[in-house]
Design a protein around this ligand. Structure first.
Ligand code: SF4
Length: 477
């Protein structure tokens, strides 16, 4: 049975208990949220190493990192390194978007070693198995989806909402169809003159997902690829279909989240989130960015993190990170770090703005360490401790500077916090402000604590633990 089915019958599962512990809420509240479809616990019954987590607007905002190779070769070792990097820098879930190399081996290795839910886009593999896009069949798609479910993938992006009748609505767009899955399906439908096979076979996919408890991530194949296309008829026609599919999946006892845009002007993001929540009956919204301007290639982790903050503030439950390489190339480890830092900032900023219980404690604790000139504690509490320490130590590396009442930014003489403290000391005010925020016991500390997001350090997949010589089974074996 799926988490949704068990929640509906009133059972609190071990996964719900674990999620409640991590989020500092009651297990009954978790059960209710899952039972009502307002939150999902992506947890394939075959994913043994998973540390369960939850995605829903009533819980801490989560961040997904995409990893995977492209057409150029990349092996298991490289992909596991990317998995490690993503989890280390705080990814709550990871999507393997590999399109080259030994896809089965890479996927099996990722499932085997990932403590976080793993997502995939099965249509990528289906396309790799045929000569040209129009050749894949309904049966091939179902086979790939079932194989990936059996391998332990926790959630799959299924672009079932792109329909034949939606395609003419994209004709006037500035950037057409920018989703890989959406463009593949559009080409298939046009070449074959048939409806989207993922839509046609949706109930059969539901049956596969129910067997393994795979969560739907209903793909937004017609998401806008630029500000000019945001909120057009094509995007909202697909959203209406995603609402219909959400209810069908729920009827089958399958968990659902819904993917969203893309590129959206800042002032229209909240309205888009509210519309998704209404059309999809509150199913968790999983957004890519959105980018709030199109003019900054090379900095799209920033343009999109601005939009992601606004989306999360308005109710989006999970943010799919964007790296500085977006639109330009395949990200490397440093890009993954930059992207995750930007998105963890976005998620936390939204949690603070939404007054998520305890979220501000982390900020308050770091601010106190800063005002105390407790540099070591400030580094330890930083979202990226390694970055904070290294920037400080570039100019003041010695241990004697770890209690110094200044840094190199303003220097000894002009350190405003030191000047302010001296003045308060002289006025006898310092004793009144010494009560510390106890970040150790706050909900935010458990949910967002640095340096590894919602995950404990020992949960990170380490290459030292990985038997790279191991023969990972293929589902075809
Ligand atoms: S020198 Fe300036 S930046 Fe550095 S601790 Fe003092 S006030 Fe802050």
């Amino acid at each position: 049975m799926t988490q949704l089915q068990r929640a509906r019958e009133g059972t609190v599962t071990d996964s719900m208990e674990r999620v409640a512990e991590r989020e500092q809420v009651s297990a009954e509240f978790v059960r209710e949220q899952v039972a009502d479809g307002q939150a999902v616990i992506p947890a394939n019954v075959e994913h043994d190493r998973l540390d369960p987590m939850i995605i829903g607007r009533e819980f801490a905002t989560k961040v997904n990192a995409n990893i995977g190779n492209s057409e150029t070769e990349s092996g298991v070792e490289e992909e596991l390194e990317k998995l490690h990097t993503a989890v280390h820098y705080g990814a709550d879930t990871v999507m393997d978007l590999s399109t080259g190399g030994d896809l089965d081996r890479i996927r099996e290795a990722n499932v085997d070693h990932s403590p976080v839910p793993l997502g995939t886009v099965p249509i990528y593999e289906a396309v790799k198995q045929v000569e040209s896009v129009e050749e894949f069949t309904h049966e091939l798609l179902l086979d790939v989806i079932e194989k990936q479910a059996a391998q332990g993938v926790d959630y799959q992006t299924i672009h079932a909402g792109v329909l034949m009748e939606h395609l003419p609505l994209t004709d006037g767009r500035k950037t057409g169809i920018v989703s890989r899955g959406g463009s593949i399906l559009a080409q298939w439908m046009e070449e074959n003159g048939m409806q989207n096979p993922l839509y046609a076979k949706f109930e059969e996919i539901c049956e596969i997902f129910a067997e393994y408890d795979v969560t739907f991530s209903l793909g937004d194949g017609l998401r806008p690829g630029c500000l000019a296309d945001a909120g057009d008829d094509a995007q909202f026609a697909e959203l209406d279909t995603l609402g219909e599919l959400t209810r069908i999946a729920w009827d089958h006892g399958v968990q659902v989240m819904v993917e969203g845009p893309g590129h959206v002007p800042m002032d229209r993001i909240a309205g888009q989130v509210e519309r998704q929540q209404e059309v999809c009956d509150g199913a968790p919204f999983y957004v890519l960015g959105p980018l709030v301007t199109d003019v900054a290639p090379g900095y799209d982790h920033i343009t999109s993190a601005i939009g992601a903050t606004e989306a999360a503030r308005a109710g989006a439950a999970m943010l799919c990170y964007v790296t500085p390489k977006e639109h330009l190339g395949l990200p490397d480890a440093e890009d993954v770090r930059e992207g995750l830092a930007a998105y963890r900032i976005a998620a936390h900023a939204a949690d603070v703005a939404n007054d998520r219980e305890g979220a501000r404690d982390w900020d308050d604790a770091l601010s106190e360490a800063r005002y105390d000139f407790d540099w070591t504690r400030q580094f330890d509490l930083a979202l990226d401790p390694e970055r904070a320490r290294s920037y400080h130590d570039q100019t003041l590396p010695g241990d004697n500077y770890k209690e110094a009442r200044f840094c190199s930014m303003c220097g000894v003489e002009f350190c405003s916090m030191r000047i302010d403290q001296d003045a308060r000391e002289a006025d006898g005010e310092m004793t009144e402000i010494e009560e510390e925020t106890d970040v150790e016991v706050s909900a935010a500390a458990e949910v967002n604590r640095p340096p590894v997001g919602t995950h404990e350090v020992e949960g990170e997949p380490s290459l030292a633990d990985v038997d790279l010589e191991r023969d990972y089974p293929s589902a075809d074996d």
